[in-house]
Design a protein around this ligand. Structure first.
Ligand code: UPG
Ligand code: MN
Length: 736
């Protein structure tokens, strides 16, 4: 307790042992500098073999060093947060709590099945929060009547589900996840109710799945709600009017659950779409929700989740409020970003999609430097900062003084009146998508929006509780993983080129370390060149017998050996400390290689084309379902390739090329040539690099040459990669 009796609602702890870490980092830094010195003073003279290869390596190593500095910025000042929810409830009466508007976004009923969507919706509807203060909005960018039907079913089911959750303190409150986690309650009474609610859920699930299967709700189902009539004028996903339906009206005293308690508001919105109007993807959907919710409930807090990301802890709203409502430090907090975790990662995470180290380490580092990025889901915002308000020390917020939205008219009248807020033309000649709401024109709308908020003087908070607050779905195939990384690398690179560049615009507005933190992501895309160079050129030069690294008896060998071993052992330790496995770490290195050499290259090219005005923005949605055999292979941790793609051409060619370099020549030289041993001496690091490339690509060779299942590499790629690799080796050896 402070001297004036102030008791904080949250606590921030600095990480221990940071001095040791800093010393260690400095030692690596010295090693890196020595490597650069070595490269610089040993550049081969004009006419000597390998001069340009050497210069290229120098540039690549400079790039990696710069990148390494950015990765340090998110490790120096890590902080950890904890909240005191009991103090919150002691200090504030529930009537003093702010209204919270929850946004759930969905965009495609085939790859985001309605049953998944409503599980997420139900998990947030059942938050442990006063119902009168809670409103849930579903934005459906597909404007699908099946999703609407599913939400309608959910609105009925909620009347039983919410009281059940309260009575038995259910966790998690996504019905599907709950039923999966519990087989049978011990208590007899509870067991009865459990069976009953489970039956109710399963019946609903069957109805929804049937409707999904036939592609529309049945006539009988449609006749039960007037809202379906809005689909009469619907022509396609890209061409329909606004559909706005308030399914549960919390302001209406009649909306009660089976125990007679009031229910949260529940709204369905499909904004208007017309082929000639860009719709700006998720950012456009969020902005339409901000406006519509502003009229219906106008919560001071806006909380959003992706449709696959259910709430795993019913008290998360209270956690977030501990940050916003803290009298001393809450004033400066613009948003509270929760950690993003996934329900479907396997033990050794073959696609590296759990982002362990980012979640357990790097975001804590961003937090210590002024606040994490906004990552699009599992986040709580102040409504006014999202709408562009600048930070102002004098301005204190009183949370409970709500601006009551107008409410005399009937529901139907209101829906009709507010529809215009979600029309295509509403934003014309306004600052929406620019100074107000989420920003347009960038496929990581979340990150650029969060950055601009921080540049207005606000802080953000990262909260990573032990029991993960939100669980989503990570991609489960290689194409999905690569495409997702392409979208991210392209978006983050576009931010660097945009008005809100973390390098220029943010200068002086946020801390230097936070700038570096943002740069770490912005520089993903251009990193492709250094990575490509490093995994092609040294291997090819093995064929020419040209050494590009110091020989191992040389003193210059030491910094190389130290930096490589220190950096990788540290990265392994960090990964294990974050809860991963050794194999998981190895798999992550593979994904590191594949994303850098393919996704980031395409991300880079597309970003450049886009900023030159040649290319339209696109947002490829990650699929949340897969066929049975695909899921099975995923569970067995077998890489899934399937159809061919230009990205696969790159990664397979690289793999085969390294294999040729390794096998054809190194093996031959060492076994047949008497000078083989000497060769090994001179080329130790280069050979090591090539061997690691071959080892890490092992599963790829299997997919290319040995596997028979549907998830293997298509045969055309086998031929293509051999052809390209042979051509590259031949050109290199004979033409140069
Ligand atoms: O036109 C669109 C496209 C997408 N979405 C929704 O946006 C969410 C995220 O899309 P997803 O395909 O799942 O992308 P991910 O790569 O998994 O998402 C991460 O990266 C995105 C930015 O690239 C962020 O928006 C997300 O919040 C973040 O989880 C989903 O709920 C979609 O339904 C829309 O509402 N409208
Ligand atoms: Mn997703």
């Amino acid at each position: 307790m402070g001297s004036d009796g102030y008791v904080p609602l949250f606590e921030t702890k600095k990480v221990k042992g940071s001095v040791i870490y800093k010393l260690f980092a400095v030692s690596i830094f010295v090693g890196i500098c020595l490597i650069l010195v070595y490269r610089y003073i040993h550049i081969p003279r004009e006419g000597e073999g390998g001069r340009w290869a050497w210069v290229g390596l120098f540039v690549a190593e400079l790039w990696f060093s710069l990148f390494w500095v950015c990765t340090q910025a998110v490790r120096w000042n890590r902080v950890y947060r904890c909240t005191f929810k009991d103090r919150l409830s002691q200090r504030y009466d529930e009537v003093e709590f702010p209204r919270v508007d929850v946004f759930v976004c969905t965009a495609d009923p085939t790859i985001e099945p309605p049953i998944l969507v409503i599980n997420t919706v139900l998990s947030v509807l059942a938050y442990d929060y006063p119902a009168e203060k809670l409103s849930v909005y579903l934005s459906d960018d597909a404007g699908s009547n099946i999703t609407f039907y599913a939400l309608l079913e959910a609105s009925h089911f909620a009347k039983e589900w919410i009281p059940y959750c309260k009575k038995f303190r259910v966790e998690p409150r996504s019905p599907e996840a709950y039923f999966l986690s519990i087989s049978d309650p011990n208590d007899v009474n509870e067991a009865k109710e459990f069976e009953a609610i489970k039956k109710l859920y399963e019946d609903m699930e069957n109805r929804i799945k049937r409707a999904t299967k036939i592609g529309r709700p049945t006539e009988e189902q449609r006749s039960k709600h007037k809202g379906f009539s809005q689909w009469d004028s619907y022509s396609s996903i890209r061409d329909h009017d606004t559909i706005l339906q308030i399914l549960i009206d919390g302001r209406d005293g009649k909306a009660r659950d089976i125990e007679g308690c009031s229910l949260p508001t529940l709204v369905y919105l499909a904004r208007e779409k017309k082929p000639q109007h860009p719709h700006n993807f998720k950012a456009g959907a969020m902005n339409a929700l901000i406006r519509v919710s502003g009229k219906i409930s106008n919560g001071k807090i806006i909380h959003n989740v992706d449709c696959d990301m259910y709430s795993n802890n019913s008290k998360s709203v209270r956690d977030a409020l501990c940050f916003f409502m803290d009298e001393e430090k809450g004033q400066e907090v613009a948003f509270v970003q929760f950690s993003e975790s996934f329900q479907n990662v396997t033990k050794n995470e073959i696609y590296g999609s759990s982002f362990r180290v980012a979640i357990e380490v790097e975001f804590h580092g961003m937090d210590g430097n002024g606040g994490p990025q906004y990552i699009g889901t599992g986040c709580f915002h102040r409504r006014d900062t999202l709408c562009g308000r600048k930070f102002d020390k004098e301005c204190t917020s009183t949370w409970y003084k709500e601006n009551d939205p107008e409410s005399e008219e009937s529901l139907h009248e209101l829906e009709a009146k507010w529809k215009v807020l979600a029309s295509c033309t509403y934003e014309e000649n306004t600052q929406w998508g620019n100074e107000i709401g989420l920003k347009y024109g960038c496929s990581v709308e979340d990150v650029i929006t969060g950055l601009s908020i921080q540049c207005k003087g606000w802080k953000s908070v990262y909260f990573n509780p032990e029991r993960k607050a939100f669980l989503g779905l990570a991609p489960i195939t290689m194409p999905q993983t690569l495409v997702q990384h392409k979208r991210w690398s392209e978006g983050n690179f576009l931010i660097l080129l945009s008005k809100y560049s973390p390098a220029w615009y943010a200068l002086g507005k946020i801390s230097f370390a936070l700038q570096l933190g943002y740069l770490k992501y912005s520089l993903w895309a251009p990193s492709c060149f250094a990575a490509l160079y490093y995994c092609i050129i040294p291997s090819l030069y093995l064929l020419k017998d040209v050494s590009l690294f110091p020989q191992y008896w040389s003193l210059w060998f030491i910094p190389f050996a130290y930096v490589i071993s220190a950096k990788y052992s540290y990265s392994l330790v960090e990964f294990l400390w974050s809860g991963g496995t050794i194999l998981g770490w190895w798999n992550e290195q593979r994904i590191w290689l594949y994303t850098r050499t393919s996704s980031y290259l395409f991300g880079f090219i597309d970003a450049i084309l886009k900023s030159a005005g040649f290319n339209d923005e696109a947002f490829v949605i990650t699929a949340k379902v897969a066929e049975e055999d695909v899921s099975e292979r995923y569970q067995k941790e077998t890489l899934e390739f399937g159809a061919s793609s230009p990205m696969f051409t790159i990664i397979t060619t690289l793999a085969v090329l390294n294999f040729f370099c390794f096998f054809g020549l190194v093996v031959m030289k060492i076994t047949m040539d008497a000078a083989g041993v000497r060769y090994l001496d001179r080329m130790a690091l280069q050979i090591l690099l090539c061997v690691v490339m071959v080892l890490i690509n092992w599963p790829l060779y299997q997919a290319l040459f040995f596997r028979q299942d549907k998830g293997k590499m298509p045969g055309s790629l086998t031929l293509q990669s051999i052809g390209f690799a042979l051509l590259a080796c031949a050109c290199f050896v004979y033409l140069q």
